[in-house]
Design a protein around this ligand. Structure first.
Ligand SMILES: C[S@@+](CC[C@H](N)C(=O)[O-])C[C@H]1O[C@@H](n2cnc3c(N)ncnc32)[C@H](O)[C@@H]1O
Length: 296
């Protein structure tokens, strides 16, 4: 994978160096390796192999998480939300947030701000910046542990007077308790208007404690922070919000697409919870002042 010396593409808020540290596995690349992608290095593939040995159904969890992301984005767009702040973007894959959101929004313009702290995602940000149709996309190279910076930069592109979807999909388990993940989510949520939607997915050790403990250890042993959380701990992220049915649920069972031929994997094989929750209160219009439509 060559390093990228090109000038920043339009839409980059920031253009830091893109040192990939190829000898150390990185969460985005390990995830890409597990998804069968090509944007990874031997150290990432080795970590993915170890993850598979620790938790043999890890690929089921990864694929179900990706499908959850797509269904959750579609749900948000169907509710009239046209702005997405997607933190922990990952390497672009088929059905990225902007593609799904814009497909569901039709001709209605959608804005997506992607945020990640991994240089590999930055390298791919040019692909993420290819909005489809009327979609506008932006990329921020930033760390979830600095929510204030993310908000300041995201405000340049998103209208915080209108509901938006905050996506924290498969990223909070890279924050350990010492990072104050609850404080970070509360900080981000406090900036959002009523009617905004929070989308979370998160690895849990509730079903296969020994395997998931080992999985987490394989990440930590390789210098990647990681922490599984229980159902109760994931509930805490959405305290005070209105849960979209079915609430906190295995990602595989969160509003699955109807398919009589498909047998859903069991929650233990997936070991990842997903939830969509709405910030309560009277929502301002989801449409910009100049446009019609949106939620009533
Ligand atoms: C497992 S991938 C999930 C990608 C995508 N959200 C999905 O669910 O398909 C996790 C992503 O979170 C990013 N990430 C991890 N810790 C982060 C942090 N502190 N700040 C920003 N991004 C982070 C990683 O670089 C990686 O791209």
């Amino acid at each position: 994978m060559p390093e990228n010396d090109d000038p920043p593409a339009p839409g980059f808020t920031d253009a830091p160096s893109t040192k990939l540290l190829t000898d150390q596995p990185q969460p985005a690349r390990v995830y890409n390796a597990l998804l069968g992608g090509k944007d990874n290095f031997p150290a990432d593939r080795e970590a993915a192999k170890e993850a598979l040995a620790a938790f043999p159904t890890v690929m089921t969890g990864v694929r179900e998480n990706r499908d959850f992301l797509r269904r959750a984005v579609r749900y948000c767009a169907e509710q009239g939300v046209r702005q997405f702040l997607d933190i922990g973007t990952g390497v672009p894959d088929e059905g990225s947030t902007h593609e799904v959101a814009q497909a569901a929004a039709g001709e209605d313009p959608t804005t997506v701000v992607y945020v990640d702290n991994d240089p590999i995602v930055l390298v791919h940000a040019r692909a993420l910046l290819q909005g489809t149709g009327p979609c506008r996309t932006f990329y921020l190279d930033a760390d979830l542990r600095d929510p204030q910076l993310i908000l300041e930069q995201a405000r340049r592109h998103l209208d915080f007077e209108r509901p938006l979807a905050l996506m924290l999909v498969a990223v909070l388990h890279f924050l350990e308790d010492s990072d104050d993940p609850y404080g970070i989510v509360a900080h981000l949520l406090a900036a959002l208007p009523a009617g905004s939607l929070l989308v979370i997915s998160h690895v849990t050790a509730d079903y296969r404690p020994a395997e998931i403990k080992r999985l987490i250890a394989t990440y930590r042993e390789r210098g990647m922070s990681a922490q599984a959380r229980s159902r109760e701990e994931i509930d805490r992220f959405v305290e005070g919000l209105e849960l979209v049915a079915p609430g906190v649920q295995s990602v595989a069972r969160w509003n699955p697409d109807p398919d009589p031929d498909r047998v859903l994997p069991d929650a233990a094989a997936v070991s990842c919870f997903g939830v969509v929750a709405r910030k309560p209160g009277a929502a301002p219009s989801t449409a910009p002042a100049s446009a019609a439509g949106g939620l009533t």
